[in-house]
Design a protein around this ligand. Structure first.
Ligand SMILES: Nc1ncnc2c1ncn2[C@@H]1O[C@H](COP(=O)(O)OP(=O)(O)OP(=O)(O)O)[C@@H](O)[C@H]1O
Length: 399
């Protein structure tokens, strides 16, 4: 048999990893103000003083994690050159899906000597874990910066944010210095904290604003130079990816995704250069992928109802009343081997939920005294894409 990979050559990408999610850029671009604020807030560490607590806010993909990593690396390097700085330890934790106990336990395990057995998973409580954490911090000494990404996902963040910054003044630790860096893309997180915690965390708040198209162009240009071979992309393709991402909340992750998928599209058509058309196709793919995830997140019956509205829409039968949608939904659900929901009320509840989530448009009708008030719904998306995505989900489930 001939080798199916024999004629496969890398023509376009010089280093595709540069466009991957976990690539840490050597230089951070277009974030000078945030870096300056960060630098100022961290400077105490270099003089052996207790660090300030820092909170970073900003929507997804705005560089909060990348800037933090860059600042931590630079701080560790610089602290090592200064006599007046204590030994610096950085502990990074993502709080998504974690309990306070697992976070504190993880920090304890980071600090324990290699020969010690890990802090037990069961049997002891959060207060015990805190006690051990303080003991270990003092045993190690030096300065400890604890970086908590997605801190708004942590249940009982209040306790952690209250305890740690006060550990020294409350006499729990004597030799070590501790500073907290919290990262959140939920601006309302602050509102949920108790007043005493807000006070401590207000020391430094750095807010990351969305990138505009020009800033995204600079970031993308820098990545593209490393990711693609010479002449492997059109400058206008970069501008297009930057413009698309800027229009959609200025997310750098999204801009980089567009460039990577655009490269894959160009590679598939065996082109030697990424063009505007490849970025346009990438945008459709990326958008479709995101929509697919959102549809998959819906319950089974919500998906059938959405599919029913999509079918009616492609037959020009929308806006449609709930009763009509119910008829089509029953056909879809039965074909998929499910027992349809029977009450009109449950269909209406799903329709208003799907409207709230932005899948459907809703029209209020008022037929005067006799006809009463009711709602009609239409799809707020391309019906063909919804039908195609549902087909794919059905075939995977063998529906
Ligand atoms: N200023 C920048 N210079 C270079 N690369 C950047 C910059 N900002 C963001 N990036 C890149 O964009 C992607 C997303 O950035 P990052 O993960 O730091 O965002 P974030 O604000 O932490 O988002 P989230 O809240 O979703 O975690 C990463 O690949 C990162 O390297």
């Amino acid at each position: 048999m001939s080798d199916p990979f024999a004629d496969l050559h890398e023509t376009l990408f010089a280093d595709k990893d540069v466009l991957s999610e976990d690539y840490q850029p050597e230089s951070i671009l277009e974030r000078d103000d945030e870096i300056e604020e960060y630098r100022h807030a961290l400077s105490d560490v270099l003089f052996g003083r207790s660090p300030e607590n820092i909170m970073l806010y900003g929507k997804a993909g705005l560089g909060k994690t990348a800037v933090t990593k860059y600042m931590m690396d630079a701080l560790v390097d610089n602290a090592a050159t200064r006599e007046e700085a204590d030994e610096l330890h950085v502990h990074e934790r993502n709080c998504n899906g974690k309990t306070l106990f697992t976070i504190v336990r993880g920090l304890v395990n980071d600090l324990l000597p290699p020969e010690a057995s890990p802090f037990p998973k069961r049997g002891l409580g959060t207060a015990d874990a805190f006690e051990e954490l303080y003991a270990q911090l003092d045993r190690r000494g030096g300065t400890h910066l604890i970086v908590l990404d997605e801190i708004d996902h942590l249940e009982d963040a209040d306790t952690l944010l209250y305890e740690l910054p006060r550990a020294r003044s409350n006499g729990h630790i004597e030799t070590a210095h501790v500073g907290l860096i919290g990262i959140s893309n939920n601006y309302t997180f602050r509102e949920q904290l108790s007043p005493k915690v807000k006070d401590t965390l207000m020391e430094t708040e750095i807010s990351f604003s969305p990138y505009n198209a020009v800033e995204l162009q600079t970031i993308l240009e820098n990545r593209a130079e490393k990711a693609f071979v010479d002449g492997g992309y059109d400058k206008s393709a970069i501008n297009k990816a930057a413009a698309f991402a800027a229009r959609d909340v200025g997310n750098a992750r999204q801009a980089i995704d567009l460039l990577r998928v655009g490269g894959e599209v160009a590679e598939k058509r065996r082109a030697e250069c990424v063009t505007d058309a490849d970025i346009e196709e990438a945008r459709t793919k990326v958008k479709r992928g995101r929509l697919e995830n959102r549809i998959r997140d819906q319950t089974e019956h919500a998906q059938y109802i959405l599919q029913a509205v999509a079918i009616l829409e492609s037959d020009d039968k929308t806006p449609a009343r709930s009763k009509q949608i119910q008829g089509m939904y029953e056909a879809v659900a039965t074909r998929c081997g499910a027992d349809p929901l029977t009450t009109l009320k449950s269909i209406q509840d799903h329709l208003s939920e799907l409207h709230m989530l932005g899948f459907l448009q809703r029209f209020e009708r008022n037929e005067g005294r006799g006809g009463g008030q009711y709602h009609e719904h239409a799809l707020d998306l391309d019906p063909e894409v919804v039908i195609e995505i549902r087909k794919q989900i059905e075939s995977e489930r063998g529906e």
